[in-house]
Structure formats: C-alpha cells, structure tokens
Design a binder for this molecule. Structure first.
Ligand code: GLY
Ligand code: MN
Ligand code: MN
Length: 437
C-alpha cells in the first residue's frame, strides 16, 4: 500500500541524494521468509526501503544516483498474470514507476545486468553491509564487474559507505505525514489497551486478553502487532520479555500488557498494568503510584534541548525514592543510584526511538555526548518496577511487576503524548474496568 503521495517519496529521495552529494545508494527490501514447509511469515518490507519508496512488494531494490543530475530508480517484480491469479496484484515496473514517483523502473531480474553500468565511474557506493551475506556477496560481484572494465577507462567506486549513516539520521526526525501515521498507530494501540481492560476477568487466560488486543488492532486496519504482545499476569509481570501468554489470570494479581499496533508500517508501543479484578490492592497501588510518578517526571524531561538520557535519569531518581518509601531499599537516594542498587528492581532503560521500527533507528549519542532532543523525534517513556521475591522484600510486594509506557513526540515547546488515550491513572483504570467509561 502506498502510504504517502509519490511526490512525498520523490522529495524524500531527493533529500537523501542531497545528503549523499555524490555516488550511488542501493537499498533492497526484506526477503520473504518461510515459516514452515511452504508457508511464509506475513510479509513485511525492510524499513529503510519502505521509507525510501513506499513500495510494499518483496523482491525490490531502490537505486539512487546523487550528483548534479540526481536520478532514482526502482527494480521490482515483473507483471505475471498467471502468478497474480494465485497471489494477487503485482505493480510491475511500468505502473510502479508512475505510482511511486521513480525516474525509471525495471524488472528485478535485470538487477545484476544493470548495476555494473549504474556503478561505472561513480566515486562511492552506499548500501547496507553485513545484514544479509548473500547481499554482501552480490555487491562485491557488481564491484568486480565494474573493476573488470578498468582497462577500458571505467573506474569502480572506491569508497564504500554504510547507508545507515544517512538513512538513520533522516528517519530519526519524523515529518508531518509520518506523524499522522504514528498518531493513528498510537490511537489504535490505545483503544486496544482500553478494550483489554474492559474484557479482563479473573479466570480468563492471558491469550484471551491478547485476542482482544489483536481484534482491536485489525478492526481498525492495523497491519499487524508491531512486535509480539506481552500479556503477563501475576509473577509473569516480572519477566521483561514474557511472550508465552498462556497462563490463567488470578483474582488479586496484576496484569502487565505491552502491546502496540503497526499501522502502515509505523509502530505503536504501549504498556499498561492493571489489576485482573479491576481494583488495585493497597501494595499494588503504592507501587503503581511510584511508577506513574516516575513516568510523569520523565515525560516532563522530553522536550527540545534536553539530552537523551534526561528522562531516564529522572525516572531512575523518582523510582529510587519510591523504592525507599516502599522499603525495598535502604540508604541515600544518591548512594543507591551511584552504586546501581536500584537495578535490582529497575533493570532496563526508560525508552527508545520509535517509528517504522519499534526500536527505531538513530544514534543516541553524538560525538560522545547524549544527543539533545529535537522537535520531530519520537520516543517511548517506559519506567517500571519489578519486584521478584527475595531477601528484604516486604510481604505483599512480591511478584508485583509494573511498567507504564507511552509514545511521545518532541514538539517545539515540549512534547505530545501520542498514546494519552490509554487509561493510566488508578481511578481512571478502575472506572474503565467497572464499565463506567
Ligand atoms: N515493546 C518493546 C519495548 O517496549 O521496548
Ligand atoms: Mn513496549
Ligand atoms: Mn518500548
């Protein structure tokens, strides 16, 4: 599906070529992957390729020629009426060229023949190295094919550039059209969390709550979950990457759900934690309020000019204060932070970039310093507290795992919480679970 207009993609590719200044960039989409025997995993294009092209079919390659006369080309599958009877519509190069705004398009089986010509006399080749060994070998094959012509005066690219240097940086700053898609991914994800809260009852299995999430995603046109949903009840709330989702939900336990929809390629990523029976117990509430306060303080740090790590440092401080109040730790807050003692109950970072990939591209440090946040950056803010039973853990707090995660867009003046529609305050969650909202 074409997410944005062809003019938008043309403009985007022109900006890439402007940054390259000279040379050729060659970016392939992701391969189809067999799940078992002759069944495939649902197809998902490579994010760099998709961002550059908007083109969703497998077996496709974008070629950008920078320089005084920038040109951009697409290689894709040829039309094939017989295969289309079985597998559905294919664009074919002719229609794809116009629909996706390329200067020219050719069948993918001409790639090896045409690439050496396109690389001839070019100073640099930008591509993605080390992801697919077959691709690396193919790139070397093209280079050698150009080198074989050196005696006729043709030179091969001497500079090989990792294309992530340019693409990661550009993808890090979302444009207005991308923000619209991210808002939609966030809205769908938020309504799925609300639905899960409304559906949850003691005695259900985790997968039954997961089914509510998936139903809501697809009902609103999401492509798929952006990553495997974590639906973790009771002691599973303390397993950070729990995905089995197969246990019964018990009265009195908490349920932690980390799930987000992918909408036209863009990921939502929300975590909510709530009581299976709809009412927080005393210890659960006390721990929850600590994480909620840490998240609010961290979100307040997500604004232009603040360094990437500011939300994390703030969250760690508020969480550590809370750990003291909950009598999980003893000592001074500074000492507990400095020694890393807080990591027993909070062992992950407070967020990541968000976009086409749930853990999106972009450096977190520049020239050795945490990079300042800028308008157009999208990130998650996701502090947590995970209390496994052990020495010194007060009764009532064991097996309480809480994470609260929202998606945030940095704006000119601060930030916009894209996922604010997912219920989060204790009273609001309890109301939603009672059916009052
Ligand atoms: N759901 C993946 C994450 O929160 O980072
Ligand atoms: Mn998450
Ligand atoms: Mn996340």
């Amino acid at each position: 599906m074409l997410n944005l207009s062809p003019a938008h993609y043309r403009q985007r590719r022109r900006r890439v070529m402007h940054r390259m200044a000279e040379g050729v960039m060659v970016i392939a989409t992701a391969p189809e992957v067999i799940r078992n025997r002759d069944s495939h995993y649902p197809y998902r294009p490579d994010s760099h390729f998709w961002w550059l092209s908007g083109f969703g079919e497998p077996e496709a390659v974008v070629v950008l020629l920078a320089g005084r006369r920038p040109r951009h080309y697409l290689f894709c599958r040829a039309k094939d009426p017989e295969r289309e009877v079985w597998e559905g519509f294919r664009w074919g190069p002719k229609a794809a060229r116009t629909a996706f705004g390329f200067d020219a398009a050719w069948p993918i089986d001409q790639l090896d023949r045409r690439l050496p010509d396109l690389l001839a006399d070019q100073p640099a080749l930008h591509t993605l190295f080390g992801i697919d060994p077959a691709w690396d070998a193919r790139v070397v094959g093209w280079l050698n094919a150009v080198r074989a012509r050196e005696r006729s005066g043709i030179s091969a690219p001497e500079v090989l550039v990792d294309a992530t240097a340019i693409l990661d940086e550009m993808r890090l700053i979302k444009d207005a059209a991308e923000v619209d898609l991210m808002r939609r991914a966030a809205d769908i994800s938020a309504s799925a969390h609300r639905r899960a809260m409304q559906a949850c009852r003691p005695g259900m299995h985790e997968y039954q709550v997961e089914a509510e999430l998936l139903h809501e995603f697809r009902r609103h046109g999401a492509d798929a979950p952006a990553y495997p949903a974590i639906v973790a009840g009771g002691d599973n709330t303390c397993v950070l990457h729990y995905v089995a989702n197969d246990r019964p939900l018990r009265d009195g336990d908490l349920l932690l759900i980390d799930a987000g929809a992918e909408y036209r390629g863009y990921a939502g990523d929300i975590t909510r934690t709530f009581p299976v029976n709809g009412r927080f117990g005393g210890a659960q509430k006390a721990a929850y309020e600590v994480v909620l306060a840490a998240q609010a303080a961290a979100i307040a740090e997500a604004r232009p000019g603040r360094p990437w790590h500011a939300p994390h440092d703030t969250a760690v401080r508020v969480l550590t204060e809370g750990m003291k109040e909950l009598k999980l730790l003893k000592g001074t807050v500074d000492g507990l932070i400095e020694s890393g003692a807080y990591r027993r109950f909070y062992m992950h970072r407070t967020g990541h970039w968000l976009g086409l990939d749930v853990h999106d591209v972009g450096d977190y440090k520049v020239d050795g310093e945490w990079r300042p946040l800028q308008p157009g950056m999208a990130l998650t803010v996701e502090p947590g507290l995970y209390i496994r039973p052990g020495p010194g853990v007060p009764r009532g707090l064991e097996n309480i795992g809480i994470r609260i995660e929202d998606d945030v867009l940095v704006t000119e003046t601060g930030c916009e919480v894209l996922t604010a529609a997912a219920p989060k305050a204790v009273a609001e969650i309890e109301e939603v679970m009672r059916g009052d909202r």
